[in-house]
Write a new protein. Structure first.
Length: 312
């Protein structure tokens, strides 16, 4: 089992990624930092509580994340994509579970030192704060950082050039890219290569026997309706946040290029992810600090999705 500390903003695709992680036999979720992003911090925490309650995993600590980006700006949320709480489901406030203070995230990293992977599928505010406070220790104790974010030379999803997680706190994203020594980045370039069709979700929904079964089709359908407005003609939806989790336990799924990533901090190109993709020799490439996911095996992704999401 791989111990994983999650930083998330559930959010429909985060919620699906969390379900995948909880159902996967080789993943052990040790904690979930829930912060603002797709929805407010409070709603993200409520949605996390809801998924953990359905899974009967109230033992997993939920940790308080950030309310907004490092700059102190007020964030905008995306109810038109992710719902008022979780898509069409208005999760009752009574589901809210107790929340641990943010310091718990570092305590968990200390507890599992040398045997823990960090996966971030939301804004990078919290992770950047940990890097600012404890950067060297983080690089020593955490095996690897897996980050869903960025869009390299392809259209962004919140601005023409920027992806939502990098745009939502561009300063934090750049801090993480600068400081994390073993980092894998999963940008829109790969997440948009796997479009999950309604038929696939219907099949999962009709064969699944786990506690998430009643949720899968309604939240996906809500997400798909929202996607159609943003990407006319799209035949389904990407499920961005599942990609890094799937990559963690499926070595052959993704092909990477090694390049340093930086993030545009402000202005019109705020949140744009930049890397120098000009050809390099293998020796030069191996000196580059981060791996960028560049290719994905679509068939393997869909097979894994349908296998894991129906597990009891
Ligand atoms: C990312 O932004 C959020 O909307 C999604 O949950 C995902 O993490 C995609 O750009
Ligand atoms: Ca997310």
């Amino acid at each position: 089992e791989i111990n994983v500390l999650l930083f998330m903003d559930p959010g429909i695709d985060d919620a699906l990624a969390l379900m995948y992680a909880l159902l996967h036999p080789n993943i052990n979720v040790v904690g979930i930092v829930s912060g603002y992003g797709n929805v407010s911090k409070e709603d993200a925490t409520l949605n996390t509580s809801y998924v953990l309650t359905l899974a009967n995993r109230k033992d997993i600590p939920i940790i308080e994340g950030a309310k907004g980006p490092i700059t102190g700006e007020i964030s905008v949320f995306y109810p038109e994509i992710h719902g008022e709480t979780l898509g069409p489901i208005n999760v009752p406030p009574s589901f809210a579970l107790p929340v641990e203070p943010f310091s718990k995230s570092f305590e968990l990293i200390e507890t599992y030192k040398g045997n823990i992977t960090v996966i971030a599928t939301g804004r990078l505010t919290e992770l950047a704060m940990l890097f600012v406070l404890h950067g060297d220790v983080l690089n020593e104790y955490v095996n690897e950082f897996f980050i869903m974010g960025g869009a390299f030379m392809v259209p962004g999803n919140v601005t023409p050039v920027a992806e939502a997680n990098f745009h939502g706190d561009s300063i934090a994203a750049n801090v993480v890219m600068e400081r994390a020594e073993k980092v894998r980045v999963y940008p829109l370039n790969v997440t948009h290569k796997v479009i999950v069709k309604p038929e696939t979700i219907q099949k999962i929904s009709s064969t699944s026997q786990n506690p998430f079964q009643p949720l899968i089709l309604p939240i996906y359908t809500y997400y798909f309706e929202a996607y159609k407005k943003q990407w006319p003609g799209i035949q389904g939806t990407p499920i961005h946040d599942i990609v890094p989790l799937m990559a963690l336990v499926n070595d052959e799924l993704i092909q990477y290029v090694q390049r340093k990533v930086s993030v545009e901090l402000s202005g019109e190109a705020k949140g744009e992810s930049i890397a120098d993709f000009r050809p390099k020799t293998l020796v030069e490439e191996q000196k580059e600090p981060s791996y960028i996911a560049w290719g994905i095996n679509e068939q393997a992704f869909l097979k894994e999705l349908t296998t894991i999401l129906i597990r009891p």
